[in-house]
Design a protein around this ligand. Structure first.
Ligand code: NAI
Ligand code: MG
Length: 497
């Protein structure tokens, strides 16, 4: 297969050696002079060298963000001016949509059809949605029961915010973090994932071009254990917003104790996707495919536990097996590709080891479970995999795999499936497929998850709150819910007597 990478992804940006970091409006090399390689997971080859941030770079970025928050032009901008900057950034993202889509696909591996059709337009949309909120951050007047008092609240920004994001949706995760933080008037240090730093850094260039004052957004590429840990522990950072593994979420929480910084966490999941026999089964099978194989299964909401009513179990599993085995694997940049590689060699090993554990514990694959050979052998590919003969207590039915691997589990009764679905440390999302309105609402009420999708799956919109129950995290992103995470309330009492 020959793949044409058009000129835009070979832009001046990716030709830089190394690609620099953004501190206080300047593009600089790391204090240590160190760099790291970012890899194209479709081929295993090096895409670019990137400046490797560490604690000294984090110190500088935090100082720049503090200065911009306290004394720069930023705190003096009107809400309308802040909104316009966000809107302008959305315009610039659209103007560079093809370049960003190609960079995202080269760095992450995801099929270009999704980068073009989803990641980039949804990123622009996120900035537009939050551009509108900048002028709507209203306080309240409070009818206190004390005579002659005027009591009102102000919503003020939290301050200097550290944002640590993962590699599965690099550009979208940057927008979920940056857009509300900036709309609310905070300043930011963003640390992209070490696997996928490119689009966040290109976004940084567009942020400068849009006219955000220097120091408002600082972007420090680097590793979690060094740059990420330094940011999470920094005593002059007022808040950390994190998306990633539950394990690292715990570390972020520990690291916050020095100055009791605010923390919001969007963590892992093992989401149940439940098919009742009265569902439109053709549609439900397609939904189950999307729920687990979208983005190679590297989605925190992946519908990785597929509960199917016993009366239609064989039909659904065979439909899913047939469709999965026909998926077109290929390099992300190839427009025909439906399933790309996993993000890294490490992730491939993790997923491969879960598949081996599943077989060892007695489950059986109906399709997949192997790496494709031939021309894809150099990339980090794994076939779409369906497991049958699974018990709820098996490792593959309990732990987040974060790959294209689904376990199918038959059930009989609605109460039974609700209890089994809820029997997880996680509670991020859940899917329900049925044409019975009573089941819809019973399940929506009884499932312990932050998002419930009915006869659909993996829907996201900038206006709709998103976040986890239980160990899937706390705080909500998107919609007006996220404004609580990026503002603090000040109550003012005025004696009018
Ligand atoms: P991770 O949680 O280690 O990485 C996410 C981000 O946290 C990256 O930017 C990383 O550099 C940073 N980080 C890592 N260690 C840190 C530390 N000690 N202090 C501060 N920041 C730190 O996730 P990883 O290792 O890439 O993937 C492991 C598993 O995590 C996946 O298999 C998946 O189960 C889960 N995961 C969940 C995601 C989600 O969207 N909820 C996204 C990525 C991974
Ligand atoms: Mg990690």
């Amino acid at each position: 297969m020959t793949v044409n990478i058009t000129e835009s992804a070979q832009s001046a940006f990716i030709q830089q050696q190394p690609i620099k970091m953004l501190i206080g409006g300047q593009w600089v090399e790391s204090a240590s002079g160190k760099t790291f390689d970012t890899i194209n997971p479709s081929t295993g080859s090096v895409l670019a060298k990137v400046a490797e941030g560490d604690s000294e770079d984090i110190n500088r970025a935090v100082a720049a963000a503090r200065k911009a928050f306290e004394s720069g032009p930023w705190p003096k901008l009107t809400p309308s001016q802040r909104g316009r900057l966000l809107w302008k950034l959305a315009d610039l993202i659209e103007q560079h949509a093809e370049e960003l889509a190609q960079l995202e696909t080269l760095d992450n591996g995801k099929p270009i059809r999704y980068s073009r059709g989803g990641d980039v337009p949804l990123t622009a949309d996120h900035f537009r949605y939050f551009a509108g909120w900048a002028t709507k951050l209203e306080g309240d007047t409070i009818p206190v029961s004390i005579p002659n008092m005027l009591t009102y609240t102000l919503r003020e920004p939290v301050g200097v915010v550290g944002q640590i994001i993962p590699w599965n949706f690099p550009l979208q995760m940057a927008s979920w973090k940056l857009a509300p933080a900036l709309a609310c008037g905070n300043t930011v240090i963003l640390k992209p994932a070490e696997q996928t730093p490119l689009t966040a850094l290109r976004l940084g260039e567009l942020i400068c071009e849009a006219g955000f004052p220097e120091g408002v957004v600082n972007i420090i590429p680097g590793f979690g254990e060094t740059a990420g840990a330094a940011l999470a522990a920094h005593l002059d950072v007022d808040k950390i917003a994190f998306t990633g593994s539950t394990e690292v979420g715990r570390k972020i929480l520990h690291a916050s104790e020095g100055n009791l910084k605010k923390v919001t966490l969007e963590l892992g999941g093992k989401s149940p996707n439940i098919i009742f026999p009265d569902a439109d089964l053709k549609y439900a099978v397609r939904g189950a495919m999307n729920a687990i194989f979208f983005n190679q299964g590297q989605v925190c909401t992946a519908g990785s536990r597929l509960f199917v009513h016993a009366s239609v179990y064989d039909q659904v599993v065979s439909g899913l097996t047939g469709a999965a085995s026909k998926m077109k694997l290929g390099q992300g940049i190839d427009p025909a590709t439906e399933l790309g590689p996993l993000v890294s060699h490490e992730q491939l090993e993790r997923v491969t080891s879960y598949i081996a554990t599943g077989k060892r514990e007695g489950a059986a694959t109906t399709t997949g479970g192997e790496r494709p050979g031939d021309e894809l052998a150099q990339g980090y590919f794994m076939q779409p995999t369906v497991f049958d003969q699974v018990r709820d207590d098996m490792t593959i039915a309990r732990e987040e795999i974060f790959g294209p691997v689904v376990v199918a589990l038959p059930f009989e009764e609605i109460e039974e499936v609700a209890a089994r679905a809820n029997s997880s440390i996680y509670g991020l999302a859940a899917g329900v497929w049925t044409s019975d309105v009573k089941k819809v609402h019973k399940m929506a009420a009884s499932l312990k998850a932050g998002v419930i999708w009915v006869n659909t799956y993996n829907q996201f919109d900038a206006a709709a709150p998103f976040g986890g129950y239980k160990q899937s995290g706390y705080g909500r992103e998107m919609g007006h819910a996220v404004l609580d995470a990026y503002t603090q309330t000040k109550t003012v009492w005025v004696n009018l007597r």
